[in-house]
Design a protein around this ligand. Structure first.
Ligand code: APR
Length: 228
């Protein structure tokens, strides 16, 4: 049986695809106040501004391609049972071909009803903006299918279970600032080796992490060699 490799990814995973991270210098939260564009209160105050923010993100995503790091994680499925838990709202893991991807913070290419959260729709790439006045089938405004700050993270329990079942745990491109995602590290069993791929130092709650201090593309290659 293949070993279970659980990979927690963040914005740095997609940085080499040209998608901006959040907290690096020049990151998204430097340009856009997070309270305005990524909270329920922000959406209530100015829905059009929030819709436009995500419309821009979606247009940017449609121009981006998976990078060598995403592709290498797909290659690793030959040797491992790879389960990806991503904080990213892009679909680059799926487009690279990863078989098991769990989105903790929602998905940019989906829209959701503001009246019934079970009504979720795929967004057509050819017609990818959500406008004020775009309604779900029961007449409520559509919003991005994104977990905003202050909202519950519906997939966290599934993510915790997957993390607990890991034989190897890998963290790629996340500053580990945002909970509950960052807390997943506490669900990794004690003897399970933990690898971190990030060009910068990242503060975590575990001291025995193997830090591969590189960007995602190069870093995943190094990881693969180490694990072979
Ligand atoms: N390869 C790997 N890691 C990289 C690269 C790269 N090429 N470039 C930058 N990084 C690293 C940074 O050093 C940093 O540690 O990626 C991390 C990005 O951190 P953040 O910008 O904080 O992004 P993330 O941790 O994914 O944010 C978590 O916060 O804003 C919310 O919901 C949003 O999912 C997001 C969550």
């Amino acid at each position: 049986m293949k070993k279970k490799l659980v990979v927690l990814t963040g914005a740095g995973m997609s940085a080499e695809s040209g998608i901006a991270t959040f907290r690096d210098s020049g990151g998204l939260w430097e340009k856009y106040p997070v309270e305005q564009v990524a909270t329920p209160e922000g959406f209530e105050a100015d829905p059009e501004l929030v819709l436009n923010f995500y419309n821009m993100r979606r247009r940017e995503l449609l121009k981006a391609e998976p990078n060598a790091g995403h592709r290498e994680l797909v290659e690793m499925e030959k040797d491992f049972d790879v389960q990806i838990i991503t904080q990213n709202i892009d679909n680059l893991h799926e487009r690279a071909g990863s078989s098991h991807v769990l989105h903790l913070h929602g998905e940019l290419m989906k829209a959701r009803s503001t009246g019934d959260p079970s009504l979720i729709y795929d967004i057509d790439p050819a017609n990818c903006d959500i406008h004020l006045g775009d309604l779900c089938e029961i007449g409520f405004q559509l919003r991005p299918h994104i977990v905003w700050f202050g909202e519950a993270v519906p997939m966290i329990q599934v993510a915790e279970e997957i993390t607990h079942s890991a034989d190897i745990f890998v963290i790629i491109g996340t500053s580990m600032n945002v909970y509950p995602a960052a807390g997943l590290l506490n669900d990794v069993r004690k003897k399970v080796p933990v690898y971190l791929i990030d060009p910068k130092d990242v503060h975590t709650t575990r001291y025995d992490i193997h830090h591969i201090k590189k960007g995602a593309s190069e870093g995943v290659k190094v990881l693969r060699e180490l694990l072979q």
